[in-house]
Design a protein. Structure first.
Length: 288
């Protein structure tokens, strides 16, 4: 029996869907696949596994910090076959290459690399009325993910694998956005600057439940307070039913970047988008 472990991070569920499709492709009577979403679970050790898959959404042109923490904590892989899959809403930059290099640096032997688009619930875009790649991953992409799983299984059985080229870095302005939201800034600046509007907060606790790093705790009044372990996913602000949370990414200093990103992506004929309204923690599609 071959045993595979797929460790991925998913907030919105699109990476989960692709992970499940890959698992279906890999699986069979003689192949057991275990899935672990870093959002909620602690991954097991790699003892007894013959294959490791890593899945991630692109977050501001990089892998989410939580995925990098997992990779950095891995032991030496000593030739263990590995594969990577990436979900992204507009432009993925070199997030996948970063993960591929990290696994190679640990001694993993690459057996596949796969990308698909996923509905982009980035608050900066939703606030401007845009949901990019709204219906992704499509049925076609999920079929491709399943086929990818079958290909990886065949490679494990000895079929040759030609590594795809690495993705190039994102263009200048996106690199600047990535720099301005790097881990140092998030830890030392932005994570200290989340605010809750006391008059609007009902202390419902939803933001605390949703936070994938358990970075939000209650203050004495039951309202949220933020620690330093923030991923800048902005789900706390996005899902707040009373719009009581304001993150630094909603400050006017970021407006030109958001406006540029939305303009560029909405004019890109290779990208789909839906017009949406974001209100009270909900995203509703406008009628076409
Ligand atoms: C905080 C945040 C940052 C994101 N940054 C990017 C990005 O830089 N490039 C991109 O193409 N998509 C970006 N996305 C879109 C996600 O990568 C995409 O929607 C993915 O499918 C989400 O995966 P999930 O549904 O499993 O959480 C971002 C989404 C969020 C929430």
């Amino acid at each position: 029996m071959t045993k595979s472990l797929i460790v991925y991070f998913s907030q919105g569920g699109t990476t989960t869907k692709v992970a499940e499709s890959i698992a279906a492709g890999l699986g069979g009577a003689t192949h057991q696949v275990n899935l672990c979403n870093l959002k909620a679970e602690q991954p097991p050790t790699l003892d007894g596994y013959d294959l490791l898959g890593i899945g991630l959404p692109v977050y501001i042109f990089r892998p989410p910090f939580k995925v990098m923490d997992y990779l950095n904590g891995l032991p030496e892989l000593a030739g263990l076959p590995v594969f990577v899959f990436v979900l992204y809403g507009t432009y993925r930059g070199d997030a996948g290459s970063t993960v591929r290099r990290a696994l190679a640096g640990k001694g993993g032997r690459e057996a596949g690399f796969f990308c698909a688009r996923g509905a982009d619930y980035f608050l900066g875009y939703l606030k401007r009325g845009y949901l990019f790649s709204p219906d992704c991953p499509t049925a076609e992409e999920l079929n491709a993910a399943e086929a990818f799983g079958r290909e990886v299984a065949a490679r494990l059985a000895g079929q040759e694998y030609v590594k795809p080229n690495e993705d190039g870095p994102p263009s200048g302005i996106y690199r600047l956005e990535r720099f301005l939201t790097n881990r140092w800034f998030v830890r030392h600046v932005y994570s200290r600057l989340f605010r809750v509007k006391a008059a609007k907060c009902t202390a419902c606790g939803l933001c605390m439940k949703l936070c994938p790093t358990r970075n939000i705790t209650e203050d004495r009044e039951g309202r949220p307070q933020w620690g330093r372990d923030c991923l800048l996913c902005l789900y706390c602000e996005m899902k707040c039913p009373t719009e009581a949370i304001v993150s630094p990414v909603s400050w006017p200093i970021f407006y030109p970047f958001m406006a540029y990103n939305v303009r560029r992506a909405s004019q890109d004929s290779s990208l789909d988008h839906a017009r949406v309204t974001w209100s009270k923690g909900r995203v509703s599609r406008e009628r076409p």
